[in-house]
Design a protein around this ligand. Structure first.
Ligand SMILES: [Mn+2]
Length: 306
């Protein structure tokens, strides 16, 4: 598997982008880097960033709209801000290409609503579709990946589940638009992580992963498989079944933990479960799944722990 970690795990502890890249060089298993745009790029010398990246590869960039766009990104009621939000994605695309990356991840942070009667839903839905079509057509050779989150910072997000994400992707109708699933966001929505994965992968639309774990009430950003071990094992089984060959990005928040050790713990955890699945064998798991039986399913999990 190809692994990447979160820059802000280091930056939020007072280090800069260069320090974070340096830290990732020293980790066992990290193959790729991911940057937020503009925050990790603008204000830095791009050539110096490239030099620091060295023999690591860049998977892609994630657009962050932040303060100016609290009323919406692609659905901002101010048409100038809406255009600016789309423009930011195009700029990110250009930088991403220059860094050798291939995926722009779009978490639609501000596209949502808080009050009943605050939003014309059909208008907003159409604005989302049109914005994605414009961006996808800007660079057909770039992948654009939608990361849903059910709520926060808005009380309701427009793209809030596996279902709305896949419907939106169908409506956008562009080859280069797919999705990134964030494990915690799936748990927050009470979406089954593996079920969502299977549907998206079956459609050829699984472009990225944000692996982490949590208790579902908030975006906990905990170490992968630290809370929901069985969900994690099932998730990896389906990744293997659909031969996922993208990047495994760990979107975790080591606020109290050492960032380097925490990232390594994520990689080790993911790799260990991959090994467990291999050991028990895909065929054996498939046989159990085909029984549609809860007791056999739980026996399988226990057998893996032997
Ligand atoms: Mn995420």
């Amino acid at each position: 598997m190809n692994y990447a970690g979160r820059m802000n795990s280091f930056i939020f502890k007072g280090q800069n982008v260069f320090d974070a890249i340096e830290a990732y060089h020293g980790m066992n298993g990290i193959t790729h880097l991911e940057f937020n745009y503009p925050e990790h790029i603008v204000g830095y010398d791009l050539d110096k960033i490239k030099e620091k990246i060295g023999d690591l590869k860049v998977n892609g960039l994630a657009v962050r709209w932040r303060d100016l766009f609290t009323n919406g990104n692609f659905t901002n009621p101010d048409s100038q801000l809406r255009s600016k939000a789309i423009q930011l994605c195009k700029e990110a695309t250009d930088v991403c290409k220059e860094l050798g990356g291939s995926v722009i991840t779009l978490w639609l942070e501000n596209d949502g609503f808080d009050y009943p009667f605050q939003m014309d839903y059909e208008k907003a839905w159409m604005q989302m579709i049109e914005a994605f079509q414009e961006i996808a057509d800007y660079a057909p050779d770039m992948k654009y990946s939608i990361e849903y989150k059910p709520f926060e910072p808005r009380n309701f997000s427009l793209v809030d589940s596996v279902g709305t994400t896949l419907l939106l992707i169908e409506k956008i109708d562009r080859k280069n638009v797919g999705c990134t699933f964030d494990f915690c966001h799936m748990l927050m929505k009470h979406d089954s992580p593996a079920y969502g994965l299977a549907l998206a992968a079956h459609m050829g639309k699984l472009f990225g992963l944000h692996m982490n774990d949590g208790y579902s009430q908030m975006d906990s950003g905990m170490i992968f498989a630290s809370v929901n071990l069985a969900h994690a094992v099932e998730f990896i089984y389906y990744l293997k079944k659909y031969e996922y060959d993208g990047i495994v990005f760990f979107d975790t928040f080591p606020i109290r933990e050492d960032a380097k050790k925490e990232t390594q713990a994520n990689i080790d955890s993911f790799q260990k479960i991959c090994d467990l699945v291999d050991k028990i064998g895909m065929e054996k798991i498939e046989q159990v799944v085909s029984k549609c039986d809860g007791i056999s399913a739980q026996r399988l999990v226990l057998d893996m722990l032997k």
